[in-house]
Design a protein around this ligand. Sequence first.
Ligand code: NAD
Ligand code: UDP
Length: 311
Amino acid sequence: MRTLITGGAGFIGSHLCDRFLAEGHEVVAVDNFITGTPENIAHLLGHPHFKLIGHDVSNPLKVKDKLDNVLHFASPASPVDYLEHPIQTLKVGSLGTHNTLGLAKAHGARYVLASTSEVYGDPLEHPQKEGYWGNVNPVGVRGVYDEAKRFAESMTMAYHRVHGVNTHIVRIFNTYGERMRLNDGRVLPNFMYQALTGQPITVYGDGKQTRSFQYVSDLVDGVFRLLFTDDPNPVNIGNPAEITILQFADEVKKLAGADSEIVFRPLPQDDPKIRQPDITRARQLLGWEPKVGRAEGLKRTMEFFRGKVRK
Ligand code: NAD
Ligand code: UDP
């Protein structure tokens, strides 16, 4: 099988490349490196079944060799990144999704769209089930990401209904692990960097907002299972273990053995107050559930960041 992965040089994309190669697929990674880095896939560059194409998928792309699967994971994903690249984010979620769906249609390939818990916005239902339509501010600063992903979901369903493409939508909840960028601005790299360098840990708002963090190998396993179903409906993939950001700061601090103080900074606009996936559907459809708890996942990720900080 040949599998094309957009955003293949990103955090999640590079782990997907590893998994699909390990499953015996040929992998074609497509990336324009706007937020990713060749370093994430440097270990794959000599692999006989791996190919890297430098391309902005907001522009059409053609691939000669037959593709069996197209996974669209290209998009800035950290709030800091998508606030810095609002138009590129809107384009890759809309035009990029259209282009990659066209590619899947041309090849008769299976398709996975990387969607997000952000389609639920600042949710008024808790935990979030796939049937919840969300509470998104279209003109707020986060709208560029949330609305692009909502459009992407609609476009994906239209390609399924009109063209019969075998599409899938994965709604990914906060995912962490090795190869996150130290300076991507998300909470985990920020806290780990701050703890490891003895700087103050910056909690935004009062820290009572919650997130539910999943380790990257669990996500990759969920995506792999979803690809081989015939169900086009969205599926949440996340770890329901919910925690406040203040508790999270404390956990990271303890794990690093740091004596950093915890300081409070203003809460960014439209920052969701609560977030927790309902994973009933993933359990039933995929026989999937998260296997790596925070204690183990954070330990592994901390080792990775220790190495980065030492460099
Ligand atoms: P990332 O920034 O590490 O990876 C995204 C990759 O896409 C980067 O390598 C970037 O260079 C590439 N890219 C962006 N725009 C592109 C374009 N126009 N053409 C080609 N390549 C492009 O982010 P990530 O955390 O690995 O996220 C990957 C995907 O998963 C994204 O679609 C994101 O929305 C989704 N997602 C991630 C999370 C999470 O917690 N990490 C949560 C929900 C959804
Ligand atoms: N956050 C924080 N300090 C930081 C970075 C983020 O308190 O240095 C908070 C942020 O306000 C949000 C949560 O941590 O409530 C998760 O933020 P992140 O940017 O990782 O992702 P989000 O889930 O908001 O997309």
